[in-house]
Write a protein that binds this ligand. Structure first.
Ligand SMILES: *Cc1c(COP(=O)(O)O)cnc(C)c1O
Length: 471
C-alpha cells in the first residue's frame, strides 16, 4: 500500500468509525448470534488476490461490527466501563502511524520519554508522591504478575540469580481475599506460588473488605510454621462489589514482616483523580506497587495499565537480563522500559494518554466521573425505595449490585428468577448487565460509567428492569 492509497482508505475508515460511534445508541448492546456465526461468515482460505480496501471496509460493516458487544453503548452496564475515548483513539492511530520500535531508549527516545512524562502526569493527577516511578503495562494482570515476581525476588534475596524457586526450602505465601480479581490467583500461580500457599483472608461480611486481624493471624501462623510471607495483594475497588481492602492497616502488618504489598486498583484507580475520593485509598502511598487501568472507567482505549513502584532499582534488577540495571536510574542514564516488565518490544501506548489528556482535558474527565458517581447513588436510591428490590452491596463508587426478591422466593428459586430476568434483558439487546455470585447466590451488577451514559439511560434501565421482573 502506498502512502496515497493509505490516505484514501484511511479517510474512509475514519469516517466509518465516526459514523459508527455517532450511531451506536441505535444498535443492540449484545449481538444476536451463536458461537461460530462469525467463522461461518468468513472464507476458510486466505485471499489469493489483493482486494480493494473498500471491500474490506464493507465486511467490517456487515460481518464484524454487528458481532461485537457494544461496550461503548450507553446502555452497557456489564463487567466494568471499557471506555475508548475518541481522543485516545487518535493517539492509538498516531502510535501505529509512527510505527516505532520500543526495545530500548535508543530505538525510540520519544517512545520512552513521552511515557515517562505522561506516567508522571498521571501520578500527579492521582495524588501519589514523587517517590513513585511508573510504567505502562498492557494490563493489570501483567502488572500484578510483575509485582509478584518482584515480591518473590525480594522475599528470596534474588533466588533467581542462583538456585531459583526450586532451590528454596521454605514455601512462599501470598495473601488476598476471595473477592480479588481472578488475575491475582493467576499471577500468584505463574510466579511459582503453588495453590496450597495462596491464603484467602477473611472479609467483612457486609463490605467484603479484607479483615486485617485475620491477615495478621494468617501471617503469624505461616511464620510459625516456617513458611515465608511473600506478598499481600489488596483490592482497592474489587471488580465484583467494589470492596476496598484497608490498605493502611494492611501495610502496617506487612511492614512487621517485610511483606510486599501490591495495590490492585485496576477498575477504581480512576477515582483517585477526584481528590474527594482519595480517602478510600488512604495508605496506598505506603504500598510497594500500585496499578490501575486508564483503559477502564478513565476512558483510554485498551490497552493501557499504569504500574507504579517505589523502588524501581529493585524491579529493574529483577526484570533485567543484562547488567543495564547497574546503570539504571543513576547518573542521568536513559530509562530502559524493557527492564520494567516482561516484553522486549513495546508499543507507543503513552500517546493514547497524551492525546486524551490534552484534547479532552482532566476537568472534563473528572466531571464525567463525578456524573457517574451521582448516577450510581441515584440508581441505588431508586432500588432502595422500590418494594421487592434490594441493593446487596455498599455502593462505594459506580457499581450497584441488586437483587429482585419477590415475596416467598428463596434459594435456588430466587437464583432462577434472577438469572431469568437478567438473561431476558441481555438477550433482548436493550441493555447489558453481568450476573455475579455473592455469598453463593446470584445477583446482578450494574456497572455505570460508559462515556455516553446519562441519567436518562438509567431511567430507561429502571423501566426495563421493572418490566422484566414481572414478565
Ligand atoms: C479488570 C480488573 C483486573 C484485570 O484487568 P486487565 O487489565 O484486564 O488485566 C484486575 N483487577 C481488578 C480489580 C479489575 O477490575
Amino acid at each position: 500500500m502506498t502512502p496515497e492509497e493509505f490516505r484514501h482508505a484511511g479517510h474512509e475508515l475514519i469516517d466509518w468509525i465516526a459514523d459508527h460511534r455517532a450511531s451506536v445508541e441505535g444498535r443492540r448492546v449484545r449481538p444476536d448470534l451463536e458461537p461460530g456465526d462469525v467463522i461461518s461468515a468468513l472464507p476458510d482460505a486466505p485471499p489469493d488476490a489483493p482486494e480493494p480496501a473498500a471491500a474490506v471496509l464493507a465486511d467490517l460493516e456487515t460481518v464484524v461490527a454487528p458481532a461485537v458487544l457494544e461496550v461503548q453503548h450507553p446502555m452497557h452496564f456489564g463487567w466494568f466501563p471499557s471506555n475508548a475515548s475518541l481522543s485516545s483513539i487518535l493517539g492509538d492511530i498516531a502510535a501505529s502511524g509512527l510505527g516505532s520500535l520500543g526495545i530500548s531508549w535508543e530505538s525510540s527516545p520519544a517512545l520512552t520519554e513521552v511515557e515517562e512524562v505522561v506516567v508522571d502526569w498521571l501520578r500527579q493527577l492521582t495524588g501519589l508522591s514523587p517517590e513513585w516511578k511508573g510504567v505502562i503495562q498492557d494490563t493489570a494482570s501483567t502488572a500484578c504478575l510483575v509485582a509478584l515476581l518482584a515480591a518473590r525476588e525480594r522475599a528470596t534475596d534474588h533466588a533467581q540469580a542462583s538456585g531459583g524457586l526450586v532451590g528454596e526450602s521454605e514455601p512462599l505465601c501470598v495473601y488476598t481475599t476471595e473477592e480479588a480479581h481472578s488475575s491475582v490467583r493467576k499471577a500468584a500461580l505463574l510466579a511459582g506460588v503453588g495453590a496450597d500457599h495462596i491464603r484467602l483472608v477473611e472479609m467483612d461480611p457486609e463490605t467484603r473488605d479484607m479483615q486485617p486481624g485475620d491477615l495478621a493471624r494468617l501471617i503469624a501462623d505461616d511464620v510459625a510454621a516456617g513458611h515465608r510471607p511473600m506478598a499481600i495483594v489488596a483490592s482497592l475497588g474489587s471488580t465484583g462489589t467494589t470492596a476496598f481492602d484497608p490498605i493502611a492497616e494492611i501495610v502496617d502488618i506487612a511492614d512487621q514482616h517485610g511483606v510486599w504489598v501490591h495495590a490492585d486498583a485496576a477498575m477504581a484507580g480512576a477515582a483517585m483523580v477526584l481528590p474527594e475520593m482519595r480517602p478510600l485509598f488512604a495508605g496506598i502511598e505506603r504500598a510497594d506497587s500500585v496499578s490501575w487501568n486508564p483503559h477502564k472507567w478513565f476512558g483510554t482505549i485498551l490497552d493501557c495499565s499504569l504500574m507504579y513502584v517505589r523502588d524501581p532499582d529493585h524491579l529493574i534488577r529483577v526484570m533485567s537480563t543484562n547488567p543495564s540495571y547497574l546503570r539504571s536510574t543513576a547518573g542521568g542514564e536513559a530509562t530502559q522500559y524493557r527492564d520494567w516488565g516482561v516484553p522486549l518490544g513495546r508499543r507507543f501506548r503513552s500517546l493514547k494518554l497524551w492525546y486524551q489528556l490534552r484534547i479532552d482535558g482532566i476537568d472534563a474527565i473528572q466531571a464525567r466521573l463525578r456524573r457517574d458517581l451521582d448516577n450510581a447513588a441515584w440508581l441505588a436510591d431508586q432500588f432502595e425505595a422500590k418494594s421487592g428490590w434490594e441493593v446487596v452491596a455498599p455502593v462505594r463508587l459506580q457499581t450497584v449490585c441488586v437483587r429482585h426478591r419477590p415475596a416467598g422466593l428463596e434459594g435456588d428459586e430466587l437464583d432462577a428468577h434472577t438469572l431469568a430476568w437478567v438473561r431476558a434483558i441481555n438477550t433482548s439487546g436493550a441493555a447489558f448487565m453481568s450476573p455475579s455470585m455473592l455469598d453463593g447466590h446470584w445477583m446482578v451488577r450494574i456497572s455505570i460509567g460508559v462515556e455516553s451514559t446519562e441519567r436518562a439511560h438509567l431511567e430507561r434501565l429502571v423501566e426495563l428492569l421493572d418490566a422484566a421482573v414481572v414478565a
